[in-house]
Design a binder for this molecule. Structure first.
Ligand code: EPU
Length: 338
C-alpha cells in the first residue's frame, strides 16, 4: 500500500539522529505502486532515501522524499557455479547477507553489518574488507522519474567504481531503483576474499574459511572499530579515502615514512583518510556535540543534539586541516542534503 505523510519527521530515517522534517514522505511496496506515485506527480525537489545511513540533512526538506518498501527476494536463474538472486531495493542489506549465508550462497559476506538497504548498495557501491557490492551486482531495475517507465541497467551500465556508480552521476535523482540482482556463488564454487588487513587471521581463529565464518569475523571487526548507530549517531565513513598520483604520494612518503599508501587499479595511490585525520589530532577535538569516533576518526559522531550544520562545519574544519598539513583534499562520502 502506498503510504503518504506530510510534515513527516526524518528522525528515524537518518542514522546521524538529526531531527528534521520533510514536507512529504512517500513509501511504496511494489514497482506498480512506484509507477502510480510518479504518474500522480511528485513535484520538485525530490529525493530517494534508503536507510538514511549515509545522509546528512542540513535543513527541513521542502519537497518529497521517496522510500522503497519493496522487499521480495527470488532466485531468478542459475548456472553450474552461480545463483542469480533478485532482491527488492527496500530489503535491509545485512538481512539479505544473513539469509544468503544461511542458504550457502557466497559473495556478500565481507559486507556484513554495513548499515543500509539493497537499493543503496548499488547507488553507493558499498564496500568493506576487500569486496564491493558492484563486484556481485549483475543487474539493476529502476523506474525513470520523468517518464514513469521501467528501465534496467547491466553491470557495465552501472559504471561501478570506488563508492560510486552511474546512480550518483548521470542518473542522479533521475530514477528510483526497485530491484537489484546479485550473482552469488554456490558453496562448492566459493571464492573467499581474505586479503584485507588481518581478516584471514580473524577468520582462521574461528575455523575453516567459509561464508559464515567470514561473516562472523567481519561483524566482530566492525564492532571493534565502528559505532553502533542505535547508540551513537553517525553515517559510517564521513569521507572517502583520497586517491593521489604517484608523485604526490612519494613526496608525502618522504615526509611521513609511516603513512599508509595502497596501489589502485589505475596506477595511483590511495591514502588512508583515517590516518590523515588522526595525524591532525582530531581524536582530541570535540566541538559541542560533534566529534570523531575514538576508534576510527574517519567516522564523525553526534553525541546527541547536533544539527546538520554543526556536523558539516566540523567536517569542513577537518577538510581544511588535512589540506593545510598534507595538501590533500578530502571528499565527503556522506550525501549532504541542503
Ligand atoms: N587508522 C588510523 N587511526 C585510527 C584508525 C585507523 O590511522 O584510529 C588508519 C590505519 O592506518 C588503518 C587504516 O586507517 O590501518 C584503515 O582503517 P580501516 O581498516 O578501518 O579502513 P578505512 O580505510 O579507514 C574503509 C572504508 C570502510 C570499511 C573499511 C574496511 C572508506 C571511506 N571506508 O575504511 O567503510 O568498513 O575500509 O574495508 O573507504 C563506510 O564506507 O562507511 C565504511 C565504514
Amino acid at each position: 500500500m502506498i503510504k503518504k505523510e506530510t510534515s513527516y519527521s526524518l528522525l528515524q530515517h537518518n542514522t546521524f539522529g538529526i531531527d528534521v522534517k520533510t514536507a512529504t514522505f512517500v513509501e511504496f511496496d511494489s514497482t506498480e505502486e512506484l509507477v502510480a506515485v510518479i504518474k500522480g506527480g511528485i513535484g520538485e525537489p525530490h529525493f530517494v532515501i534508503g536507510a538514511g545511513s549515509n545522509l546528512l540533512f542540513m535543513n527541513d526538506y521542502k519537497g518529497t522524499i521517496l522510500h522503497s518498501n519493496i522487499t521480495d527476494i527470488s532466485v531468478v536463474g542459475e548456472t553450474e557455479e552461480q545463483l542469480f538472486v533478485r532482491v527488492g531495493s527496500g530489503v535491509v542489506l545485512d538481512d539479505f547477507i544473513a539469509y544468503s549465508v544461511s542458504q550457502g550462497w557466497q559473495g556478500l559476506e565481507n559486507l556484513s553489518a554495513i548499515p543500509g538497504e539493497v537499493g543503496a548498495s548499488a547507488v553507493q557501491n558499498v564496500g568493506a574488507y576487500g569486496v564491493e557490492a558492484g563486484d556481485f551486482i549483475v543487474k539493476v531495475e529502476a523506474v525513470e522519474l520523468d517518464a514513469a517507465c521501467e528501465c534496467t541497467f547491466t553491470k557495465e551500465d552501472c559504471s561501478f567504481s570506488y563508492r560510486n556508480s552511474i546512480f550518483k552521476t548521470l542518473q542522479k535523482n533521475r530514477c528510483v531503483i526497485t530491484h537489484v540482482t546479485y550473482g552469488l556463488r554456490k558453496a562448492s564454487y566459493a571464492e573467499y576474499n581474505l586479503k584485507y588487513g588481518n581478516l584471514r587471521a580473524s577468520v582462521e581463529a574461528l575455523g575453516e574459511p567459509s561464508a559464515a565464518n567470514i561473516r562472523e569475523a567481519v561483524i566482530s571487526i566492525r564492532a571493534q572499530k565502528l559505532p553502533d548507530t542505535a547508540l551513537l549517531g553517525s553515517a559510517g565513513s564521513f569521507f572517502m579515502n583520497p586517491v593521489v598520483d604517484c608523485d604526490k604520494a612519494a613526496s608525502l612518503l618522504a615526509l611521513y615514512s609511516d603513512m599508509p599508501q595502497y596501489d589502485t587499479a589505475e596506477g595511483k595511490k590511495k591514502l588512508s583518510a583515517a590516518w590523515l585525520i588522526d595525524k591532525c589530532g582530531w581524536k582530541e577535538k570535540r566541538m559541542g556535540c560533534v566529534g570523531v569516533y575514538h576508534c576510527q576518526p574517519l567516522v564523525i559522531v553526534n553525541h546527541g543534539g547536533a544539527n546538520g550544520k554543526d556536523i558539516y562545519d566540523y567536517s569542513q574544519l577537518i577538510v581544511d586541516s588535512v589540506k593545510e598539513r598534507f595538501g590533500v583534499e578530502l571528499v565527503r562520502e556522506v550525501n549532504v542534503i541542503e
